[in-house]
Ligand binder design. Structure first.
Ligand code: UD1
Length: 348
């Protein structure tokens, strides 16, 4: 049982989601007290059971939509918060192209509401979930935080760029407010206990859940989207980071914000491993570490995919004193352990 006594309370919006649930665990382990708000629109209540199983106790939880001003204000009134980690957002790239207004309304409004409530209740510190999608296909690799952002390829990506700008402007205009936007590369894996992990809705769009579902027999075969890119084996390159490493980066960001005595601060930091991996190498590594042979074929390129992107993580190393410590093999093993647990539960 991990008990935290008078630990600083951190509001975690989207705390039942993939990255949110892992961050809740890391926060408790680091001596913070998370307060989850989630409406289960893209997550499941079972994530709270998983968090409880890992920590040996409950974490404060409110079921609410982060755009519900009255519900959010009552949480700020009840809880003496010292910071916010804002995960709650829609994130399906394809859906955002079909329903852009839904994405702008949800992702922008929830941030605006938080930025109004935080000064009102003297909550100074914000960590925001941004994405490497803001870089598009960069001209130089690896990408640093100085690499120019390119016009977003999707309304989803655009909400991340706009949210970054909104936070920067709010920090300049109102004090005390300190914020760090973390630009994630590709989060994969699961908690090693297999109590929490990714729960994609329907057919997964992302590579690793598609791989694990194919290995589990839920999908008949995996399509590799293009092998004619200008990369060593022709398939796209991404920077795949273990979700627990990513979770720990949030804790470090929060620590740095709390330690900083400035009234106002805004920073963006890449969170990746610094290593680029091809799709075929992900498949090969998965097969090696799990011993499961994947049924896959090469298909056409997926529209909108960038050829390659991976992070320069110097800033995260120096300013957050954080580095990704888990290997690709570990990420894929953990993702597979989680998938196997889901498959066993589905059968019983
Ligand atoms: C993209 C966004 C990311 C966003 C995520 C949400 C970029 C660089 N990244 O990730 O910000 O959070 O979508 O969904 O824009 N692949 C296959 N077969 C599959 C699935 C994927 O070959 O069935 C390949 C893709 O072509 C890509 C790689 O695997 O090269 C990773 O794809 P995916 O997991 O969807 O992530 P991104 O597209 O990089």
């Amino acid at each position: 049982m991990i008990s935290t006594g008078n630990s600083p309370k951190i509001l975690v919006t989207g705390g039942a989601g993939f990255i949110g649930s892992h961050t809740v665990v890391s926060l408790v382990e680091a001596g913070f007290e998370p307060v989850i708000v989630d409406d289960f629109s893209n997550s499941e209540r079972s994530a709270l059971d998983g968090i409880r199983a890992i920590l040996g106790r409950n974490v404060a939880f409110y079921q609410a939509d982060c755009n519900d001003a009255a519900a959010m204000e009552s949480i700020f009134q009840k809880e003496q918060l010292s910071g916010v980690i804002h995960f709650a957002a829609y994130k399906a790239v394809g859906e955002s192209t079909r329903e852009p207004l839904k994405y702008y309304r949800n992702n922008l409004d929830s941030l605006l509401l938080l930025l109004e409530l935080m000064p009102k209740y003297s909550v100074p510190n914000l960590v925001f979930s941004s994405s490497c999608t803001v870089y598009g296909q960069p001209e130089q690799l690896p990408v640093t935080e100085e690499t120019p952002r390119l016009p977003a390829q999707s309304p989803y990506g655009n909400t991340k760029a706009i949210c970054e700008d909104i936070i920067r402007d709010a920090v300049h205009a109102q004090t005390p407010l300190k914020a760090i936007a973390l630009r994630y590369f590709n989060p994969v894996g699961a908690h090693p206990s297999a109590e929490i992990g990714e729960l994609p809705l329907g057919v997964p769009a992302n590579l690793v859940p598609f791989i694990t579902q194919t290995a589990a027999g839920i999908r008949s075969s995996l399509t590799v989207y293009g092998d004619d890119y200008n990369t060593p084996d022709g398939t796209c390159i991404r920077d795949y980071i273990h979700v627990m490493d990513l979770a720990e980066a949030h804790v470090q960001a929060l620590r740095k914000l709390s330690e900083n005595t400035a009234e106002s601060l805004y920073d963006v930091i890449n969170i990746g491993t610094g290593r680029g991996e091809t799709v075929l190498n992900i498949i090969k590594t998965f097969e090696q570490v799990t011993g499961v042979k994947l049924n896959y074929s090469i298909g056409p390129r997926r529209p909108g995919d960038v050829e390659q992107v991976y992070a320069d993580v110097t800033k995260a190393n120096t300013e957050l004193e954080w580095t990704a410590s888990r290997s690709l093999a570990e990420s894929l093993e953990d993702a597979w352990r989680w998938q196997q647990k889901l498959s066993v539960e589905a059968k019983s």
